[in-house]
Design a protein around this ligand. Structure first.
Ligand SMILES: [Zn+2]
Length: 435
């Protein structure tokens, strides 16, 4: 009997989970991505699918493949997944995080939902196409990336900067984080499709003063100046802003739950949403959280300089007004330096691809209803969107109603339901065939 994608996906996911692709953020200890990329390459080789593998630095491997479609004049669809994972401490887990163990209906391991599950679905689907001679309606470009978990410099940003030609003609993209279910009741599941991501701005604040002896009267202390600014930032609450994605989310979720929601008053609306409120809490305002402090080198010396890091997350279209407001809060005496900046992205929840997502889900789950959402974190979509590609988070998974999915991201005992994987492969296959 011929193997199907749904039969193959679990094995591929298990294989990927067993490859330790921990991204420590440090070149000398981030070594597994190359092994995983070679595994992907072997799976594509077996299917006769050509690819290019590029290292951005030793062992930081990225792989791109293009599957020609029936109508090559149409824009291509980029389907992407990162191969790296965040670290896992085996002492905290109930299984070895790199064993790919299967128990209680789940595959366990670091990366099971972030995002080797989707990597496996992609491979299972395209291998099935080659076995059966299927040609998709338009070009499908696959990208397996390094370094999503530590800034994307060696992964998607590298591909966009150095191998843009491999992504030629891509007009839309699907990747993480979206397409998973939230159960309302037996007959209704919301599938959250990510259409927007907050921007990121890691700021360094620097205060300078007159260095001096700690025993003197001293009125120009850099530590004091910095501490006052940091405290003001930490206590400041930015105003609510309802972006188009959040408005659409609130209206659709309100409709699905049968409750009245006023998008102009999002806090009251969000409070009515129960557990789903966690998903949306940070998406109605900009945030600025102090995360690091640095000053001084001796107990009795007043340093001439003090620095702090502020982790800022901005809503689509808000980066400039946010900075102006933050500048006011910080005051004129502290210098601001941009350490790392990634703009927010947002696309409309509409068009044939979005309709095809809904149709593919409903074909496999008659109780499915799609809802767009804004994510407060970031993904490789940030890099791909700079090429003008419309990016969606859609890595389909039907989840058991009682599973705390959000807690599994970078969490202990990360695991994916085996039935969910098989469901995902069927939905992805349908979507790609009808897009
Ligand atoms: Zn991820």
């Amino acid at each position: 009997m011929e193997t199907t994608a749904a039969e193959e996906v679990t094995g591929i996911c298990r294989d990927l989970l067993r490859i330790d692709t921990t991204n420590t953020g440090d070149q000398s200890t981030t070594v597994g991505e190359r092994v995983a990329a070679e595994y992907v390459a072997a799976k594509l080789d077996e299917a006769g699918i050509g690819y290019e593998l590029h290292e951005s630095a030793p062992r930081r491997a990225n792989l791109v493949a293009r599957i020609p479609g029936a109508d090559r004049s149409r824009g291509a669809l980029l389907v992407h997944g990162h191969l790296d994972v965040v670290p896992a401490d085996p002492r905290e887990w109930s299984v070895d995080p790199f064993s790919g163990e299967e128990k209680d209906g789940y595959l366990w391991g670091r990366g099971a939902i972030d995002m080797k599950d989707f990597d496996a679905m992609i491979l299972a689907v395209v291998r099935d196409w080659r076995r059966t001679g299927y040609v998709p309606p338009r070009d499908v470009v696959l990208a397996f990336t390094a370094d999503e978990e530590a800034g994307m410099t060696y992964g998607s940003e590298f591909l966009v900067a150095k191998h843009r030609d491999l992504l030629d003609g891509c007009t839309e993209a699907i990747g993480e984080v979206g397409g998973y279910s939230y159960t309302v009741n037996d007959d209704l599941r919301l599938y959250l499709v990510q259409t927007a991501e907050k921007g990121l701005d890691w700021l360094r604040l620097h205060a300078t003063g007159r260095p001096g002896h700690g025993s003197f009267i001293h009125d120009d202390n850099a530590v004091t100046t910095l501490a006052e600014a940091v405290a003001r930032v930490g206590r400041h609450r930015f105003p609510m802003v309802v972006t188009p994605t959040v408005r659409e989310f609130l209206l659709r979720v309100g409709d699905a739950l049968g409750i009245d929601i006023d998008p102009e008053d999002p806090e009251v609306a969000i409070a009515k949403l129960g557990p789903i409120a966690n998903l949306i809490g940070a998406t109605i305002r900009n945030t600025a959280n102090p995360t690091r402090l640095e000053a001084g080198y001796k107990d009795n010396v007043i340093p001439g300089r003090a620095s702090a890091t502020i982790d800022c997350r901005t809503l689509p279209g808000q980066a400039e007004s946010f900075l102006a407001e933050l500048r006011e809060v910080i005051g004129p005496d502290v210098e601001i330096e941009h350490n790392h900046r990634q703009p927010a992205v947002e696309t409309e929840f509409g068009g044939p691809l979005v309709e095809a997502m809904g149709a593919a889900l409903r074909a496999e789950d008659p109780g499915a209803r799609t809802v767009p959402y804004l994510m407060s974190g970031g993904t490789d979509a940030k890099a791909f969107a700079t090429l003008g590609i419309r990016c969606f988070g859609f890595a389909p998974l039907r989840l058991p109603p009682d599973l705390n999915f959000a807690a599994l991201f970078h969490g202990i005992d990360e695991r994916v339901p085996v039935e969910g994987l098989k469901f995902g492969v069927r939905v992805l296959d349908r979507l790609l065939r009808n897009s």
